[in-house]
Write a protein that binds this ligand. Sequence first.
Ligand SMILES: Nc1ncnc2c1ncn2[C@@H]1O[C@H](COP(=O)(O)OP(=O)(O)OP(=O)(O)O)[C@@H](O)[C@H]1O
Ligand SMILES: [Mg+2]
Length: 299
Amino acid sequence: MTNKISRLIKRMTEEPFPTDGSLYDLGDGNLYQTEDGYTFHTVGNVSLLQNGCSGGNELYRATLKAPTTTTNTKEIKTVSSSYDIFADIVGYTDIKKEFTKALQSVSPVGILLVGPPGCGKSEFLKQIAKAFPEQSLFIDGTYGSKAGIFDKLKNTKPKYLILDEIDKLKGDDQQALYNLMESGRLTKTTKAEHYDIELKCWVFATANNKEDILEPLFDRFERYFLGQYNDDEFKAIAVQRLKKEGIQDEELALYIANAVLRGLNRKNLRDAIRIARKCKTFAQVEETVQTMKKYSNLN
Ligand SMILES: Nc1ncnc2c1ncn2[C@@H]1O[C@H](COP(=O)(O)OP(=O)(O)OP(=O)(O)O)[C@@H](O)[C@H]1O
Ligand SMILES: [Mg+2]
């Protein structure tokens, strides 16, 4: 594997530490700060800090500009583990942070991920639902029930409403969702039924097309538009993701990624995953890709 790819994987898989002036005790007697979240530089030693800020130690004041928190190695683990629920997702560190903040917020927040197929949108929702199974209601917009999302919401009263492919939801359901996000109330008035209940609900959603979402509903979300991966990102993600499919050999994983990119002329991780599940040698990958190529234009 090229150094470039390994550097990229390293960068994409490691969460940066906060760059807010926090002080880090890495256990060697020195105090550190970081400006980029990855590299640390010494800014004094632990004993100075232990003397206390109010002690007016000159060196401490001169070298440590506006420290906001002190952190020891134990706390460093806590900081990084706050994004752990998204550990299976490669990259998107900034978006992981925003989800983490939203999940910890006191009042409801709505986040919508919009983007092309295969860019990891649903993976975010799956990880949230997995981490909070009791509090989450997962609805796939493509399987909207006849009763719509009302009844499910009324029966389960989830804290987190997780909506995959919100753009596929029926107009009525989009309207109900808008009302919920706007008022914090779930209301329904039909001949058969009437209710108006309070529901404090965080909504996390995905969509391929913003055009199919009611404008007022779209407006209630904090939106993140994800683009298609470039070739290097695709390869780096494939190497990580295919480990979950039992491909530990990074050369083989890269070979599969390249076969999808160059052989099939696609940038679809789902193709890479399917091939990885079936093929465990270079020859098997080659054979499968040749067959896929041969029959790829029949439809
Ligand atoms: N950044 C990533 N890290 C790890 N796995 C990823 C990443 N991006 C995509 N994948 C994997 O690729 C596959 C497709 O991703 P996902 O289902 O999240 O796509 P999507 O954006 O929801 O696409 P669609 O619009 O077609 O539903 C999944 O198996 C997912 O695990
Ligand atoms: Mg999806």
